[in-house]
Design a protein around this ligand. Structure first.
Ligand SMILES: [Zn+2]
Length: 235
């Protein structure tokens, strides 16, 4: 077999350093991985290539969330984006920043619960999009927020104090470590930070939250914990 060379850099094919392509008899493209990845990066930094990348990311995210696919093709997305002045402004800023990821033009869904449609997308930058997702998560909005576990805080005497969208939010508001809150919710320790914590779904009534009925449930704890608990020493 004759030795093959990368069509870009001219280096000979070594061990497995060419891009695989099953549709070719040779089983690989006539370009090395390094040149290929270089080309891909260059392509994604053109307006045309950037939209291709955005569209394919939207498809893969829709699949992951089990949402319907975007209801537009990549070409329709280009036709929608290219007449927008903002797109070209953001693109120019991104180029000027030497392709800072935070400044990459990005499409944000106005309503995270709905799929990608022209009525539900707006132009923003990658950094702003990320920040919005982060804020939403902290506030307990958006799909991501659904994985947070709502938690209720009670005094040691079982009086309701407050409700939080997640353990982390409870930590930010009260200073009690979220790991300890989780241990309390799971009934490994009787209290955390001097408070009793329950999962939201258990909080409809005091009787639903075993921690609140201290003495009835003290048997749940290890002997040394039980002792401290009976002495009234809270964690
Ligand atoms: Zn090459």
């Amino acid at each position: 077999m004759t030795k093959e060379f990368c069509r870009e850099c001219g280096k000979p094919q070594g061990d497995n350093n060419f891009v695989k392509d099953k549709s070719r008899i040779s089983g690989h493209k006539n370009i090395c991985k390094k040149c290929h990845s270089h080309n891909q990066t260059a392509k994604s930094r053109t307006k045309h290539g950037l939209v291709t990348r955005i569209h394919s990311a939207q498809r893969s995210r829709s699949r992951k969330r089990q949402h319907p696919m975007p209801n537009y093709t990549v070409k329709e997305l280009r036709d929608w984006l290219f007449p927008k002045k903002l797109f070209h402004v953001l693109f120019a800023e991104w180029e000027e920043s030497k392709y800072d990821r935070e400044l990459a033009p990005s499409l944000d869904r106005k309503d995270d619960y709905l799929p990608y449609t022209f009525g539900n997308i707006q132009l923003t930058t990658w950094g702003k999009n990320k920040k919005r997702a982060y804020d939403d998560r902290r506030q307990g909005r958006s799909k991501n927020g659904e994985c947070c576990i709502r938690v209720i805080q009670y005094t040691a005497n079982g009086e309701f104090i407050s409700e939080y969208v997640s353990y982390c939010e409870a930590e930010r508001q009260t200073g009690v470590h979220n790991g300890n809150i989780a241990l309390c919710v799971k009934r490994r320790i009787p209290s955390a930070g001097g408070f009793i914590w329950c999962q939201y779904k258990l909080s409809r009534g005091v009787e639903d939250c075993p921690q609140l009925n201290k003495y009835a449930n003290v048997e749940l704890y290890a002997p040394e914990v039980k002792e401290k608990f009976l002495e009234g020493v809270l964690f």
